[in-house]
Design a protein around this ligand. Sequence first.
Ligand SMILES: Cc1cc2nc3c(=O)[nH]c(=O)nc-3n(C[C@H](O)[C@H](O)[C@H](O)COP(=O)(O)OP(=O)(O)OC[C@H]3O[C@@H](n4cnc5c(N)ncnc54)[C@H](O)[C@@H]3O)c2cc1C
Length: 416
Amino acid sequence: MNTKALPHILIIGAGFGGMQVARGLARAPVRITLVDRHNYHLFQPLLYQVAIAGLLPSQIAYPLRTIFRKQKNLTFQMGEVTEVNLQECYVKLDGSVIAYDYLVLAAGGETNFFGNQAVEQNGFQLKSIQSAIAIRNHLLKTFEDASREADAEKRRALLTFVVVGGGPTGVETSGALAELIIHVLSKDYPHMDLREVRVLLLEAGKSVMPSYPDELRKATRDLLERKKVEVLTDTKLVDYNSERVTLGNGEHIRANTLIWTAGVKAAGIANRLGVEQAGSGRVRVADSLQLPNHPEVFVVGDAAYFENGKGQPLPMLSTVAIQQGKVTARNIRKAIQGEPLEEFHYKDPGLLATIGRNAAVARIWGLSFSGFIAWLIWVFLHIYRLIGFRNRLLVLINWAWEYFFYENQVRLITKE
Ligand SMILES: Cc1cc2nc3c(=O)[nH]c(=O)nc-3n(C[C@H](O)[C@H](O)[C@H](O)COP(=O)(O)OP(=O)(O)OC[C@H]3O[C@@H](n4cnc5c(N)ncnc54)[C@H](O)[C@@H]3O)c2cc1C
């Protein structure tokens, strides 16, 4: 068969959305090129576990060439897409040109600092393996520095950890960080007075987990406070110079660590399409997930702006990206066969976030759960959703070990 004659589908991004499109077209008579700047698929919901020394990067990332080894109609190319030409139907990948018949933009999102350059330069973000390792190195090095710091004020600044953003990522990160300190680092540094440690969670809005129902917002706050996380709501950060946080009310907090989890926007490539963008730079799509005026282009996941029935944009969640990826694969088949396309309808599977060991909040089947049961649901769901049997097994073993022995096993400082 002359495969060159087959329609060429180009997918930018091998995250949750792009992977589903590629898999959904596995048996279709098409040629697929999947491109990503990394050679692995990353399970971002567990990034914070790498940051707090709970898991290795290789346990939450899986090589794309291994995942797609058996899919004969797919070629993977690693590289950065720097340009998309919608009129002439090609993209530039590290300088080389790739033409397409159908394009799927599944490039995800990036951290939104809302123009605050001081925070961008001096704070940490949690969006990639590199950023998670940078946090891990910094946290462990900070404890080393604090352990030999004689000046009490400097030591307290070293031992003050500020997490900004009361959404699921900020809640998970601050809860896990508090536990790492209470249960693990306390054993490594027995001579240190850990009452000097502060973990603060700052949220500009009225409560943490704003998209969750009242009872879970309250449960989240209680669970965090039980783990000694200081939750400051209605508190806006305005500046950070790597030693001192400045709040909107003019107050200062001395802190050598700031982790920013307060914003996400569409990946930079979305700005180069020259099409309408809505909130957070996301690309506005039609009900079929096609680009208006470009029916050969689909946008899915964090990069896409799609409203639910109530006029609210769908959240930037893996569940949205996965469902949109599945529908896009079906719609590409339909478009090729000249059939009418399917409209996308999001089926909300519920909400789930963990707050360290034994504690999570969940909203599933219209019911709210908090505490141990929610945590068990979280553990099994996250292990189930990881790619590769080996990864699942290793993560399960790691977590079981941590659970019984209170040991985060990856406590390695791998760079100065
Ligand atoms: C710390 C953290 C925790 C999270 N926790 C949860 C959670 O608990 N539950 C949940 O549902 N969601 C969670 N999310 C959100 C979820 O990860 C995203 O919604 C999801 O990854 C979006 O999928 P996507 O396919 O749109 O993009 P992504 O999965 O981000 O994939 C995009 C891909 O595109 C590639 N790419 C981007 N630009 C280019 C370019 N120019 N050239 C080449 N490649 C490019 C990237 O390398 C990446 O691999 C979390 C996110 C983070 C950061």
